[in-house]
Design a protein around this ligand. Structure first.
Ligand code: BG6
Length: 478
């Protein structure tokens, strides 16, 4: 048997895409609350004022806020060992800079963690998954402002103390490295530069963006130190998105460009979070881009002492990097790249590459030598509800089966793997397109792209399949 006995099988969600209840229970607005729905061809819009003629899908998400007992029971039925979720920061500190936390928000998560415990499910909690209180964007320019470190730590301290006996696995920032690309400005860093209207075409200030990443890295490290001081048994990980790529040709120029891509996109943040200092290649990047980071006393020490216990990551696809004009382009999580003729693509144009997961895991483990955790993976696809209410999703089962096989191979290769939480285990709003119909779940949620529907939950074929996978600890993939 490849997977360890206590392998953490489960599923993953994020408050902003799943929880809903955006203006209930004392919660303040967060960044994604001002993003409209988009589609594969049309970018989501970011509107400072809410418009009556537009739809803001994150307001209701999948309405977990009112369906949590039912959803957690379904997770229990599948045999989940772990549930990855995030706390909505603005449910705890509605404005981000408040002094006193919102008790009703804390009680909501008390209920969630208690319900998970009843089902024997461990929570794996993201402190920040693509959202921060909107007030911090409007008043402070998001993470560009160093003050956000202290606001974030006040929030961390509150939830670490409150949930110290209920939560043992924590993640600091979701896909922190997305901000190495301009698309990370708003969702990841809470920066809304003047002139930005479309999520896919954000006005960028590279100096500001990398300064904001520095603030997040310091905040992440200080959160790790703080968490360990509150409960030494806490396991605190980083979370990076693996934008795994191949050189499109064996032209050495392509190979070098691909190497540079891995360094600056995949490793820039992870190296700091695991090794405690910026990688050597950052120097040249800063110089060539006229980036002059502002360091304060204590930053270097925090980075050095706040290294993580494990490395978690998302993996969806691969694409190619080239210095030549590519024949075809494909979509990928938050970006685009050169097509790979050996790979099929999903309905949203993302290449499907299970071998790439094994390759990625070996790259990561070889570099960091700490346990890995695949906390996001999956296929966004349209589902058809049959007249009898059943949903047949063999495409999703095939995608997941091949990726589990790839993880198994990586474990055989010697990689240490803690667990697997496929993305959007219960259907939720897509981060990049804001659509509901880009579904990842084992459980269908009756809601369309405009928020119409009953929000009734239905088990898909993949639900029953995944239940068998978990029960057999990955042996039965049939
Ligand atoms: C990751 C994010 O980038 O990919 C999730 O952490 C996101 O928030 C997921 O939902 C899938 O991307 P999308 O755009 O299909 O929702």
């Amino acid at each position: 048997m490849s997977f360890q006995k206590d392998f953490l099988w489960g599923g993953a969600t994020a408050a902003n895409q799943y929880e809903g209840g955006w203006d209930e229970g004392g919660r303040g607005p967060a960044g994604p609350d001002i993003m409209t729905n988009g589609s594969r061809g049309a970018s989501r819009l970011i509107t400072l004022k809410l418009r009556d003629d537009l739809h803001y899908p994150n307001h209701i998400g999948s309405d977990f806020y009112h369906h949590h007992s039912e959803d957690i029971a379904l997770m229990g039925e599948m045999g989940f060992k772990v549930f990855r979720m995030s706390i909505s920061w603005s449910r705890i500190f509605p404005n981000g800079d408040d002094i006193i936390p919102n008790e009703e928000g804390l009680q909501f998560y008390d209920t969630i963690f208690d319900e998970l415990k009843t089902q024997g499910i461990e929570p794996l909690v993201d402190l920040s998954h693509y959202e921060m209180p909107l007030n911090l964007t409007l008043k402070y320019d998001g993470w560009a402002n160093r003050k956000c470190i202290d606001f974030f730590l006040r929030y961390c301290e509150t939830v670490f103390y409150r949930f110290k006996d209920k939560v043992h696995y924590w993640l600091t920032f979701n896909e922190i490295n997305v901000a190495t690309m301009p698309i990370g400005n708003f969702m990841s860093l809470g920066i809304l530069n003047p002139g930005t209207v479309e999520f896919y075409h954000q006005v960028d200030d590279v100096q500001k963006r990398f300064q904001a990443i520095h603030h997040q890295l310091v905040a992440s490290a200080r959160a790790v130190i703080l968490g360990h001081s509150i409960n030494p048994a806490f396991q605190i990980g980083c979370m990076n998105t693996m934008m795994s790529t191949y050189a499109a040709t064996c032209d050495p120029k392509d190979v070098l460009q691909n190497q540079r891509y891995w360094q600056m996109t995949n490793f820039y943040c992870g190296d700091v979070q695991v090794r405690g200092e910026y990688p050597y290649f950052a120097q040249r990047f800063w110089k060539e881009n006229q980036i002059d980071l502002n360091w304060r006393e204590g930053d270097a020490e925090a980075l050095r002492n706040g290294t993580v216990d494990f490395f978690s990551f998302s993996y969806y696809q691969t694409f190619c990097v080239t210095t030549h004009v590519p024949k075809d382009m494909v979509n990928a999580n938050m970006t685009r790249g050169a097509a790979n003729e050996y790979l099929k693509i999903s309905q949203w144009g993302w290449p499907i590459d299970p071998d790439g997961l094994r390759y990625t895991m070996n790259e990561l483990y070889g570099r960091y030598q700490i346990p890995l955790f695949v906390v996001e993976n999956g296929l966004g696809a349209k589902d058809q509800v049959e007249a009898d209410g059943s949903i047949h999703d063999p495409y999703r089962i095939e995608y997941l089966r091949e990726h589990i096989r790839a993880m198994e191979e990586a474990v055989e290769d010697g990689v240490e793997l803690m667990g697997y939480t496929p993305w959007g285990c219960i259907d939720l709003v897509s981060a990049s397109s804001g659509e509901m119909e880009k579904r990842y779940g084992f459980v269908h949620v009756d809601c369309d792209n405009l928020g119409n529907g009953t929000f009734e939950r239905r088990r898909k074929d993949s639900f029953h399949w995944y239940k068998r996978v978990i029960a057999s600890n990955g042996e039965d993939l049939s």
